[in-house]
Structure formats: structure tokens, C-alpha cells
Design a protein around this ligand. Structure first.
Ligand code: NAD
Ligand code: IPM
Ligand code: MN
Length: 369
């Protein structure tokens, strides 16, 4: 079995967080015979500095060929004025589009020890376990036309286009319903059918997919603005939320803060299973960005990155027990009161990125057979 992982640490805190995953992979290779073969490339601002593009063709080809891609973060003020087409974020968008990673899974789990780090009252978030299923290759992120045109009268017009076809909605709805069956069996679909034609179609298609194949799953529809409100009013009412690319982007940042910090939220971006091999292309990345305000200080929280690697073990390598052990190691470290600054609480011990990674690895090792 091939076990190739392509690392794209990126910019800002990306490489700092990725360093902690590297330690875990090295340990697994040394003691568990996992045989992960690592390669590494450049994405984002660092790729622009080296090659003048947000990701080179060579690295793009490596990402396409790998069993899994681990992605850190991209962007930062240094590249604020580079041309739009080669801005750091374009590298990530190209990876998603070219690898056809249409399903972005963003779990928001509130670890018991962190209930008090949330911006909401602890009783609202204790035991929270939501899965946001975000459509990732369509919608306003990619629809054409997408441009700024000069109207010739001193005015310009900025245009983005929201487009969804039936098949795109069908396949993301299928992912959401399938995952719901492994959880609390409830899906809430969010769109804005009151103002958007794509929202009307989204609502219809999700309803049809439900009726046709998944009538055993509880389905609810919510307007996305009301959904945002409900997420901060009573987040525990949700199990799986399925929504489009842009609403999913915003709602998952909201969900991240419910769990204590953006530094906690992992994600998996998955393609469709290959018709012959059954393998999916996949990229795993924290939900947070490059955090320029804390980059280079060694204080970033590596948990989102480490938990993204746990998702990689689960979805790309079918190492479900190891994924669970790694997630358990994170929970135990938090229970022991070890915290990075972003999730610091009363009576806890504040550590840096590397110490947090070491503590999680030590717990992971301690529970090895
Ligand atoms: P951000 O997620 O980088 O940071 C928002 C806030 O959260 C900052 O105060 C930051 O310090 C904090 N934070 C984020 N991750 C943290 C962690 N692991 N530990 C501790 N604190 C953490 O979002 P932003 O500031 O809006 O964006 C900065 C840059 O990152 C922009 O260029 C943006 O486009 C890019 N971005 C990239 C990705 C990605 O690569 N996937 C995602 C979001 C934003
Ligand atoms: C995310 C990010 C990206 C997005 C950016 C960096 C392109 O915010 O993954 O949540 O908008 O999808
Ligand atoms: Mn985002």
C-alpha cells in the first residue's frame, strides 16, 4: 500500500504548526511501521517569492499524485499588493479546484476542558459536536464572470457569480446525509432561497435527495442568516450542517469560536471516490489562516493542524483507531490544563507551539499498545 503524504506548510504559522505533525509522523514511522513517505512543497506567499506563482506546476502535480496532502496556511501582509491571480490564497483555491475536493468537512467539537474558553456561556457549548459540510468547488468562489469592469464614467463594477448545478448540490447533500447516519442522524441545510435563485435550487435538490435516498435522516432547512444566529444562540441543536461554499466559510469561523479558538478547528477536503480504486483525493488543513499577528513567535496553537492529521489518518489511510488515539491525546492534554495562549484559562499552564506538540505526542505514545 502506498502511503505518500505531500506537505504544504505555507506561510505564517503554517510551518510552525506543521512541524508538530512532522514529529508525530516521524514517531509513527519509527515505532509503528506506518511507512509514510513525505515530500514537501511551497504554496502561498513563499511559492510566490520563489516562483512568482501561488503554487508551481511541479508542486501541483505532486499534490495530485499524493495519497494525501497536508496543508498549513497561506497569506499575510507581505503579499497584500501582489497581483490578484497570484495572491497566496489562489494556491489553495487551485488545489481545491484541480483536485476536485468538493466536500469540506469541518467538525466543531467543544472539548470539555475548553467550555470556559468559548465566547459563549459554558452550558451552551459543553458537549458540542457539530459537523459543517461545506461545498468547496462551486458557488461564488469560482463562478464566471468574476471581474472588475470599468464602466467608463468614473465608476467600476465588481462582479462575482454564484452558480450551482444540480449534480453539485446532489453530491454534497449525499455526503452530508451519509455522515449524518454515522452521527445523530440529523441534517440542517442552509441557503438563502428568499433572495437567491441558487438557494431555491439548493433547497429543492436537497429535499429531493432526502426523499429519494435518505428519508430515514431528519432534515431541516434554515435560511443561512438565521442559521448564523442559531449557531450562537443554541449551537447544540445542530448535528450536520450542509451549506454552500461562501456560507460554509463564514459559518465555520463562527463554529470555530464556539469551541474556544480558531486554533482548534481541523478540516478535511475530499474528492469523489475513484471508480476503479475507490481512493479519494484529499487535502487536510486547519480552518485558521496564517495568523500574521503571532507568526514567528512560537506561540501558535498546533491543535487544528494535528487534528487535521488525525482526519487524514481516518479518511485517507483508514487508520481509525490511531486517529481516535490522537484525538484522545489532544483531549487529555487539555484536561491536564496545558494550553497555548489562545485557549489559556485560569489555573492552566501556558506553553508554546512546540511544547504543546510534544505534550500531545507524549500522550499519544503513552496510549500505544
Ligand atoms: P487568521 O485565521 O489567520 O487569524 C485570525 C485570528 O485568530 C488572529 O488573531 C490569529 O492570531 C488567531 N489564530 C488563528 N489561528 C491560530 C492558532 N493556530 N493559534 C492561535 N491563534 C490563532 O485569519 P486572518 O487574520 O483573517 O487572515 C490572515 C491571513 O490568512 C490572510 O491572508 C487570509 O487570507 C489567510 N487565511 C488563510 C487560510 C488558509 O490558508 N486556509 C484561512 C483563513 C485565512
Ligand atoms: C478557509 C479560508 C479560505 C476560504 C481562503 C484562504 C481562500 O478562509 O479555508 O476557510 O475562503 O475558503
Ligand atoms: Mn475561512
Amino acid at each position: 500500500m502506498s502511503n505518500t503524504i505531500f506537505l504544504l506548510p505555507g506561510d505564517g504559522i503554517g510551518p510552525e504548526a506543521m512541524g508538530e505533525v512532522r514529529k508525530i509522523i516521524a514517531h509513527m514511522n519509527d515505532t509503528m511501521g506506518t511507512g509514510f513517505i513525505l515530500d514537501e512543497g511551497l504554496v502561498g506567499g513563499c511559492a510566490y517569492d520563489a516562483h512568482g506563482v501561488a503554487i508551481s506546476e511541479e508542486d501541483m502535480a505532486k499534490a495530485m499524485a499524493a495519497d494525501a496532502v497536508l496543508f498549513g496556511a497561506v497569506g499575510g501582509p507581505k503579499w497584500d499588493s501582489v497581483p490578484y491571480e497570484v495572491r497566496p490564497e489562489a494556491g489553495l483555491l487551485r488545489l481545491r479546484k484541480d483536485m476536485q475536493l468538493f466536500a469540506n468537512l469541518r467538525p466543531a467539537i467543544c472539548y470539555p476542558a475548553l467550555a470556559s474558553a468559548s465566547s459563549l456561556k459554558p452550558e451552551l457549548v459543553e458537549g458540542l459536536d457539530i459537523l459543517i459540510v461545506r461545498e468547496l468547488t462551486g458557488g461564488v468562489y469560482f463562478g464566471e464572470p468574476k471581474e472588475i469592469i470599468d464602466l467608463g464614467n468614473g465608476q467600476k463594477r465588481g462582479i462575482d457569480t454564484q452558480i450551482y448545478d444540480t449534480y453539485e448540490i446532489e453530491r454534497i447533500a449525499g455526503v452530508a446525509f451519509e455522515l449524518a447516519r454515522t452521527r445523530q442522524n440529523a441534517v440542517c441545510s442552509m441557503e438563502k432561497r428568499n433572495v437567491m435563485k441558487s438557494g431555491v435550487l439548493w433547497n429543492q435538490v436537497v429535499t429531493e435527495v432526502h426523499k429519494r435516498t435518505y428519508s430515514d435522516v431528519k432534515l431541516e432547512h434554515m435560511l443561512a442568516d438565521a442559521g448564523g444566529m442559531q449557531l450562537v444562540r443554541a449551537p447544540k441543536q445542530f448535528d450536520v450542517i450542509v451549506t454552500d461554499n461562501l456560507f460554509g466559510d463564514m459559518l465555520s469561523d463562527v463554529a470555530a469560536m464556539l469551541t474556544g479558538s480558531l486554533g482548534m478547528l481541523p478540516s478535511a477536503s475530499l474528492g469523489a471516490p475513484d471508480a476503479t480504486t475507490g481512493k479519494r483525493k484529499a487535502l487536510y488543513e486547519p480552518v485558521h489562516g496564517s495568523a500574521p499577528d503571532i507568526a514567528g513567535k512560537g506561540i501558535a496553537n498546533p491543535i487544528a493542524m494535528i487534528a487535521s492529521f488525525a482526519m487524514c489518518l481516518r479518511y485517507s489511510f483508514n487508520m481509525v483507531a490511531e486517529a481516535y488515539r490522537l484525538e484522545k491525546a489532544i483531549a487529555t492534554v487539555l484536561d491536564k490544563g496545558i494550553r497555548t495562549g489562545d485557549i489559556m484559562g485560569e489555573g492552566c499552564r501556558q506553553v508554546g507551539t512546540s511544547e504543546m506538540g510534544d505534550a500531545i505526542l507524549a500522550e499519544f505514545v503513552a496510549t500505544s499498545a
